[in-house]
Design a binder for this molecule. Structure first.
Ligand code: AMP
Ligand code: MG
Length: 500
């Protein structure tokens, strides 16, 4: 039975405080979710709901209806946002939320504003030829990986809920439909700026920039040149973010400009995955045939995307075009140094250094080269190095990360020599290293196993277990030791697919 969306009568489950809907009318299209036949709540993230000040009791009761879009909570002003974007380098002037619907915004307990958005809630005016729907696999993948990123301490949109719809979606095969509810500092993308710039709508770009400054960078209102300062601030957050991705072996997979936020949060977990064995050329996405978004290309792509953002801001940065270009280019050039500084600072921590010396970069690079040549697992190598820092008896486990046991001995000698000049005690060092070198990441074979059990047998136990382990990635969890292991050769999953 298809029910018509209706307002909740029993109190407000969401204390909405909507602001995007107050922007000019051409920024979005009002759009209600399309009801589904048989919604079923897979998961409600109750701690997150509580942090957001939502009525958890009401969500337990009505969650299936609300998070499927069948019941529109009081105070929601559902809309689909307009945006454009460069996809694999080619520009599409009109993308927009083709299957995502913003219900509204809430202010959380600490006073921060968040979007609550349904993904897969039916067609919108931006759907082009798409059905506006999502399949269960990508919904579970996004749930697992976005929550894992949060637990790892990496800025990311979060998972509030997942439901199945009771309706099939048609991709290469027929799959169960699902709706994912995400929470984001905002859903404004580089591509949102491009949408207005591509139309020559400088006033639209200005309204958006002012809104972004108010919402994400309020201190910049007082800057001499707020729009240049905004460009710098976004580039700083993206440099920091992408460095964090590299520190944990994360590969986003679709770093199109419409999938890059101006808030600095990771967004759009399509074919993303974490690498097992260290190889900078690693690509998982089945549609990334030329490796544009390979692991090691991500910092450079970040810079390319920021250049596209800078182009949209030129008329605001300076009325004199040549001068605007000079100023924007300064920011784009500085991004390289910003990224390198964030990356190296994080890598120093990963190998247990608190101070900095000139040869540190070479020491880090030597380890990475060794890992690549010796097929070492990225996560395990650093975790075992953390153990070794605190206990010499852990050397055999570290050494076993490499194909040839003796391969790491010269590097270990250099590392110990460098540590002798770093003031930390061994136990403090091991603790500090374990707090940046996770034992658990969402290994791709585990994610795929969880999805397969859900799709084939309606069994969500692996999904739940993964969420439990990944909520505490830096702690040893002996009961879940297997989740820390790389895949066996027959378990390896080398290709991931977008949700489209
Ligand atoms: P993505 O690759 O997921 O970032 O999506 C790129 C664009 O395609 C965005 O504008 C999406 O809203 C749109 N899109 C993706 N999947 C669908 C779908 N099933 N129906 C309608 N639009 C979609
Ligand atoms: Mg997207």
């Amino acid at each position: 039975m298809i029910s018509t969306p209706q307002k909740i009568r029993s109190g407000a489950a969401f204390p909405f405080d909507n602001s995007y809907v107050g922007l000019p009318k051409h920024f979005f299209a009002p759009q209600s979710p399309t009801p589904v036949s048989e919604p079923w709540l897979i998961k409600l993230n109750e701690p997150l709901a509580a942090e957001l000040g939502l009525d958890v009791e009401a969500l337990r009761r009505d969650g299936a209806a609300i998070f499927s879009g069948n019941l529109i909570p009081e105070g929601a002003e559902p809309l689909a946002m307009a945006y454009a974007g460069h996809q694999f380098g080619g520009f599409s002037p009109q993308l927009g939320d083709g299957r995502a619907i913003l219900l509204g915004e809430v202010i959380d307990r600490s006073g921060k504003r968040f979007d609550i958005q349904l993904k897969g809630a039916g067609p919108t005016p931006f759907s082009r030829r798409g059905d506006g729907r999502a399949a269960i696999g990508p919904v579970l993948r996004e749930y697992i990986i976005s929550e894992a990123m949060f637990a790892l301490g990496i800025p990311a949109t979060r998972a509030l809920a997942a439901v199945t719809t009771g309706e099939p979606v048609y991709r290469e095969e027929v799959l169960p439909g699902a709706v994912f509810t995400r929470v984001a500092a905002s859903h404004i993308r580089v591509g949102t700026f491009q949408y207005f710039a591509a139309r020559g709508d400088t006033e639209g770009v200005r309204s958006l920039a002012d809104y972004v400054i108010d919402r994400h960078y309020p201190a910049l209102r007082e800057a001499d040149n707020p729009y240049l300062a905004l460009f710098e601030a976004v580039s700083e957050r993206q440099a920091a973010l992408i460095a964090r991705w590299l520190h944990v072996g994360f590969i986003h997979g679709v770093m199109n400009t419409d999938n890059m936020t101006v808030s600095g949060e990771t967004i759009d977990f399509g074919p993303c995955a974490f690498m097992d064995a260290y190889d900078p050329a690693t690509v998982f996405s089945s549609i990334d045939q030329h490796g544009r978004y390979a692991y090691a290309n991500q910092p450079g792509i970040g810079q390319w995307n920021l250049a596209r953002l800078g182009e949209t801001l030129l008329p605001l940065i300076d009325g004199e075009p040549d001068s605007a270009v000079d100023k924007a280019n300064g920011v784009i050039r500085a991004y390289g140094e910003r990224f390198q500084a964030h990356w190296l600072a994080g890598m120093r921590k990963k190998i247990g250094l608190t101070g900095d010396e000139d040869g540190d970069l070479e020491l880090v690079q030597a380890l990475l080269s060794l890992m690549q040549a010796q097929n070492a697992d990225f996560t395990l190598t650093f975790r075992r190095l953390s153990d070794l820092a605190g206990d010499e008896a852990a050397e055999s486990a570290f050494v076993a990360s490499f194909r040839e046991a003796e391969a790491s001995s010269a590097w270990l000698t250099q590392w110990r020599e460098r540590l002798s000049r770093d003031p930390q005690t061994t136990s403090a060092r091991a603790t500090a290293m374990r707090s940046v070198n996770p034992a658990f990441i969402p290994r791709n074979h585990r994610v795929e196993q969880a999805i397969e059990a859900a799709v084939e047998n309606g069994d969500f136990s692996l999904f739940d277990a993964l969420l439990t382990v990944l909520a505490r990635p830096y702690e040893n969890q002996p009961d879940f030791a297997g989740y820390g292991e790389p895949p066996k050769p027959h378990e390896r999953v080398l290709a991931t697919f977008c949700g489209t």
